[in-house]
Design a protein around this ligand. Structure first.
Ligand code: ZN
Length: 156
């Protein structure tokens, strides 16, 4: 005895559990054997699209962080928005935003910057000082002394 695989127009297979669906009463477009299977299938699809979205957001944040990190690495703390956009920075993805007085301060993980309508400035990393000083003592004041005073244009 062997199986013969045929497309029997009278039956279908549940997308969720694979059970046979018998088309008894004319409808031949059912994809699920039950509402339970239908719900499980749709819930899993929703969860998958959430993971896809989550992955995309994390990639964009990672990209933004890389760009800021590279700028800091070459001593750039101010850059105009257009140049930053050309580097691939996506202004829609940050990890925090604070309004401090008149200043709009954004963060991408440990790196913060202040945004104006035309540029971003005061790019700095929370970890930089600690790494440079080792002890963590007086990090804030030393760091602010070290920071390039005015705008350094991005030579990229
Ligand atoms: Zn089923």
């Amino acid at each position: 005895m062997g199986y013969t695989i045929t497309q029997d127009p009278g039956i279908g297979y549940c997308l969720e559990c694979g059970d046979i669906i018998e088309y008894g009463h004319g409808r031949t477009d059912r994809k699920f054997c039950s509402d339970g299977c239908k719900n499980r299938w749709h819930n899993r699809r929703k969860a998958q699209s959430w993971h896809v979205y989550q992955h995309k957001v994390l990639k964009v944040l990672e990209g933004n962080h890389d760009i800021l990190e590279r700028l800091l690495h070459i001593g750039v703390t101010t850059i105009d928005r257009v140049s930053l956009g050309h580097l691939g920075f996506d202004f829609n993805y940050v990890t925090s935003f604070h309004k401090i007085g008149q200043r709009s301060v954004f963060s991408v993980y440990d790196i913060t910057y202040e945004a104006t309508p035309s540029r971003i400035r005061n790019i700095s990393s929370r970890w930089n000082g600690a790494e440079e000083e080792g002890t963590g003592e007086g990090v804030t004041s030393k760091k602010s002394l070290k920071r390039p005073s005015a705008a350094v244009s991005a030579g990229l």
